[in-house]
Design a protein around this ligand. Structure first.
Ligand code: NZQ
Ligand code: ZN
Length: 388
């Protein structure tokens, strides 16, 4: 096990009716807030009215900025930074999913940074030394941004989708009411599930040895997500199944599962090119990229992939055939994705071969990617080909 320092200070307020506490939580940090949200789902579901009522009851002033698109855009971030400066905003409340949260984090950082916020996402990456405090009411379990220090933004100028991160971006509180996820369609639910599983894979597939506790925590998280996805697809309003998935979404990405080990993250970078350029949902891109990555790298640690197959996918081909066991595990990942309605090939989401070179080149602009196995441009092209 490697040395580590683990600090994740977000207060999680979980369960039925928890959004009613939002006003009291916000009051601890701000008097004049920016309320940031997406394309309108919160108005359709009635959540917006509840949040406004709770905030107004604490006499908090609200300035609004909605309209965050999935794969959130830099232009709206810049607009938000302008509003925060002009209006002297002291706190940002996000109601929504990963896109709205990431956009809010970028605004929070940009409002406290003298230069252009994009400096924090590209090139040498300016350090995020401070940010406006923010809080979250989560409406979709997927990105894990409600507990992560990261933000992923797309610059429409060149369609660069890039991450930034820093402790000041960690949410002060995140309100998680599984009932708020009842309105997610089956499709949107499984796209989220794909991202949650991917966050565990990225940490699980490590070359670091003697990490039994985190291996087993990761395996429990994956099994829980797999079991409860099947249940939720039978009944989209199954509270307990929604609750398991929602909590797993945060556990998958709050870095507890990364303690003492080094994660990979190449698949995320390979995917970000797809959602950056083709504007597909991140989870859909991951469902296509991850099995291809697994097929490309499994030989670098067959026994880890065999363990994954046996413990997560109940493969029973015996320890004498490690490679067969490993390959059967990867095949079961794809079978599960097909079963729940996710795509497993680029062809299914209408993406052809014409930009493989360009995307692979963008992936390695700052050098080789991945830790489980270092990937250069040609490796990445090969992974896109395996995903065809
Ligand atoms: O925009 P609205 O109208 O709210 O609709 C959203 C959106 O269309 C809808 N939705 C959300 N909650 C709903 C709902 N519809 C009905 N009922 C509800 N309760 O769902 C759609 C997707 O929302 P989005 O926020 O885009 O989803 P997600 O949470 O999957 O976020 C994806 C973004 O997060 C980034 C991804 O790259 C992507 O840009 N990620 C962020 C990470 C982080 N900050 O740590 C890590 C991840 O790996 C990921 O890269
Ligand atoms: Zn992700």
């Amino acid at each position: 096990m490697e040395n580590f320092s683990f600090y994740r200070p977000t207060r999680i307020i979980f369960g039925r009716g928890s959004e009613e506490k939002v006003g009291k939580e916000v009051k601890k940090y701000g008097k004049k807030i920016l309320l940031h949200y997406g394309g309108g789902s919160i108005k359709r579901t009635g959540l917006y009215d509840k949040v406004i009522k709770s905030i107004k009851s604490e006499n908090i002033e609200v300035v609004e900025l909605g309209g965050v698109k999935p794969n959130p855009r830099l232009s709206l971030v810049r607009e938000g930074i302008g509003i925060c400066r002009k209006e002297n905003i002291d706190f940002i409340l996000v109601v929504g999913g990963g896109s709205a949260i990431d956009s809010a984090k970028a605004i929070a950082a940009g409002a406290k940074y003298d230069g252009d916020v994009w400096d924090c996402y590209t090139g040498e990456k300016a350090e995020i030394k401070s940010a406006l405090p923010l809080g979250v009411v989560l409406t979709i379990p997927a990105a894990g941004s409600e507990v992560s220090p990261d933000s992923v933004i797309t610059d429409e100028d060149g369609w660069y989708k890039r991450p930034a991160g820093g402790e000041p971006l960690i949410s002060k509180f995140s309100i998680l009411n599984p009932e708020l996820t009842f309105t997610l369609s089956a499709k949107q639910t499984v796209i989220g599930v794909s991202d949650i599983l991917a966050h565990v894979y990225e940490r699980y597939f490590t070359q670091v040895k003697n990490v039994e506790l985190t291996d087993r925590l990761a395996e429990a998280t994956m099994k829980t997500v797999i079991n409860n996805t099947r249940l939720v697809l039978k009944d989209l309003k199954d509270y307990n199944a929604r609750a398991e998935i929602m909590w797993a979404g945060s556990i998958a990405h709050n870095d507890l599962l990364a303690t003492g080990r080094t994660g990979d993250w190449a698949s995320h970078m390979i995917e970000h090119e797809l959602s950056g350029i083709y504007d597909i949902p991140h989870g859909e891109g991951l469902a296509v990229v991850f099995p291809a990555w697994m097929k490309y790298v499994y030989k670098d640690n067959v026994s880890k992939f065999a363990q994954f197959a046996q413990r997560v996918w109940d493969v029973d081909t015996g320890l004498d055939d490690l490679e067969g066991t490993a390959l059967e595990g990867i095949s079961r990942v794809e079978t599960f994705y097909r079963e729940i309605g996710l795509p497993v090939s680029l062809g299914e989401i209408g993406i052809g071969e014409d930009r493989f070179e360009e995307m692979a080149a963008k992936c390695v602009e700052d050098g080789a990617i991945g830790q489980f196995r270092k990937l250069e441009k040609d490796d990445i092209i090969e992974i896109y080909r395996l995903a065809k």
